[in-house]
Write a protein that binds this ligand. Structure first.
Ligand code: M6R
Length: 607
């Protein structure tokens, strides 16, 4: 969603801000702007559209060494120049960039209007600039705190004042903000990618914290002026990881990175000798693990589908009742928290508002919530009671790919751990861990067949409706395949259990609606084949995604793609990769903006 970058230091601020904004593009946005303090004046430049539109209006030699920048993903007010951030106070001395939603903006706006403040935009954020002006008496930090005290909702906010050159004030409540500590220069950003080219030293702000920043120093306090000691953390990501490195798109790069990212997720976590998983961050004793009687998984989007696979594996292998649920639903459902239940909050970004709120609600009710997250230091891992980092490296494309397969890895390892404490024999454990350890190589083999997927995708890319069908553990994979296709190609796609089509969706089948069936060589294979025949009998085009050696598929399906053979429970890894590629190649052929599909944001930090 929206992105923030702020800079103070010795360099000209505008190029630093523009570069930071470029790095934030992947989050999804529809307008951008920046403000730089020049000769005790706040200069503002903003444009609906892309960063290159903004570049065109920012003078190349703009002086000024401190400023703020923003990418906006519209919530209140249309996508226009005037609604883009930064917003300025009526006296034009204060510039503000804001992520989040101010829920009481309407009453604040009415009050400020009555007091004579004139609003230029339709946004909720603009009230912050006017409120700061109202309270300003020569101390920006003080005025920001007074203004924030009146806000209801969420914010990550950075402000500057023309009369205080070289000073930025940032604050966080429900929307991420971090401080990048450089060598005599400081950055404020909503996301580490905006500062990684300059520093790896960062401080994550917590909700309720305010930071006053100059090039050489910072102080962190709460809204009541109590000083807070903050720890500087070193980011483990490298700059190359956020570059395309020769690939045409981040999505393509991230799909092809999966042998490595899956390997990193399992590295040091498979105990071959005892055939079990080793997960140091769970913060659970052996006794507590043994007492687990139920697992519940909360997540959104692709992470939710990974959670559905996780639930299936947990029940099947560890014989522990497990269920995945949408975080957006559970948070308003007044959930019943039972004893000996472990909750997992699964999120690539660690910042998804629904998942974070569900986690907090569950914790309020006494639940133990573990995180399965990628972004180190993000809100969900910081607030959870323990968990697993999946170490995928930065995922930049809006469509999640490598995070999914690494989230699966976290679930397989956790399952192995508790299954081996229960009924799973050493022999069964050894055989499973061997196959699990081979996954990076088998995924590499699947990727080596990408051209076959491209050929099929290029044959079907013009279809306007698609069905993705799978069963058992591959049912969530079908859902994920449909999500991938719809989000980046804008082709309508539905994921269904193959068995369910006769209860309704089969009515959609005709010559123009292709169905992609996932057909592993498991106990449900023959059932899926029957479903395929039902579709064929109604002249629906069929693509089968089967396992090497399954020669019968070619007799039924119009096109067949194959993956190598593996353990029945590990097929989601191998089946999802061709579906990711299928979506990617179809979207390419349709000329879509693959990495930044319309209307979507990388991490959904508002409700
Ligand atoms: O960062 P998260 O994993 O919590 O994000 C959850 C969803 O917003 C995300 O998976 C979304 O559905 C992706 N665009 C899917 O590709």
């Amino acid at each position: 969603m929206c992105g923030i970058v702020g800079y103070c230091g010795p360099k000209a601020a505008a190029p630093v801000l523009l570069e930071g904004l470029k790095r934030l593009e992947y989050r999804g946005y529809d307008s951008a702007g920046l403000s730089v303090c020049v000769d005790s004046k706040v200069e503002i430049f903003k444009r609906a559209g892309k960063i290159h539109d903004l570049r065109e209006v920012v003078p190349e030699d703009l002086p000024g060494t401190h400023g703020v920048g923003h990418t906006r993903w519209a919530t209140h007010g249309e996508v226009t120049d005037k609604n883009a951030h930064p917003h300025v106070s009526a006296d034009r001395n204060i510039a503000v960039v804001h992520n989040g939603i101010i829920e009481n903006f309407s009453s604040l706006r009415s009050r400020l209007t009555e007091e004579g403040y004139v609003f230029e935009s339709d946004t909720d954020s603009e009230v912050i600039a006017h409120l700061i002006q109202k309270f300003y008496q020569g101390d920006l930090e003080r005025a920001v705190k007074q203004a924030l005290g009146l806000l209801k909702g969420t914010y990550g906010v950075v402000c500057m004042h023309a009369g205080e050159p070289g000073v930025l004030v940032g604050a966080r409540h429900g929307s991420p903000l971090l401080l990048g500590v450089g060598d005599n220069e400081m950055f404020l950003a909503s996301d580490v990618t905006a500062v990684l080219a300059h520093t790896k030293q960062v401080i994550h702000l917590e909700d309720g914290e305010v930071v006053r920043v100059t090039a050489a120093d910072y102080t962190a306090t709460d809204l009541r002026d109590r000083k807070i000691e903050k720890e500087v953390e070193t980011i483990g990501w490298e700059l190359e990881e956020i570059e395309k490195n020769g690939y045409e798109h981040y999505m393509e790069k991230e799909i092809f990175e999966q042998p490595d990212s899956i390997f990193r997720a399992m590295q040091g976590r498979i105990d071959q000798e005892n055939a079990t998983g080793h997960l140091g961050g769970l913060n659970m004793s052996r006794g507590e693990l043994l007492d687990v009687q139920r697992v519940r998984i909360i997540a959104a989007g692709t992470s939710y589908y990974a959670g559905m696979v996780g639930a299936y594996v947990l029940e099947n292998m560890a014989r522990v009742p497990a269920q995945a649920e949408l975080a957006s639903e559970i948070r308003y459902r007044n959930p019943i928290v039972e004893r000996n239940t472990v909750y997992f909050a699964v999120s690539q970004s660690g910042e998804t508002a629904d998942t974070l709120s569900a986690l907090r609600e569950l914790q309020r009710k006494g639940a133990r919530v573990l995180g399965i997250c990628n972004v180190v230091g993000s809100s969900i891992p910081r607030e959870s009671d323990g968990g697993v980092y999946i170490h995928s490296g930065p995922e930049i494309a809006v469509a999640s790919t490598k995070a999914f397969t690494s989230q699966l890895t976290a679930f397989y390892l956790f399952t192995l751990l508790i299954a081996r404490m229960r009924d799973m024999s050493l022999e069964a454990g050894v055989s499973f861990t061997k196959e699990l350890a081979r996954v990076p190589d088998t995924v590499r083999e699947v990727l080596s067949r990408a051209d076959e997927v491209r050929r099929v995708a290029e044959r079907y890319y013009q279809a306007r409706n698609f069905l993705f069908l799978g069963r058992g553990i591959n049912y969530p994979v079908a859902l994920e395949g449909a999500l991938k296709l719809k989000e980046i190609s804008y082709v309508h796609a539905e994921g269904y259990s193959a068995a369910e089509i006769k209860h309704g969706p089969i009515a959609l089948i005709n010559e123009e609606t292709p169905s992609l069936f996932i057909v592993p060589d498991d106990g449900l294979r023959d059932k899926v084949i029957s479903n395929m025949k039902e579709v064929k009998a109604r002249r629906g085009p069929v693509i089968a995604l089967g396992v090497d050696g399954d020669n019968e598929l070619a007799d039924i399906a119009d096109d067949v793609l194959f993956v190598p053979k593996t353990d029945e429970l590990l097929y989601p890894y191998l089946m999802v990769v061709p579906l990711q590629l299928f979506a990617y190649y179809a979207a390419l052929k349709l000329g879509r903006n693959v990495d930044q599909p319309r209307n979507l944001a990388k991490s959904v930090t508002v409700e």
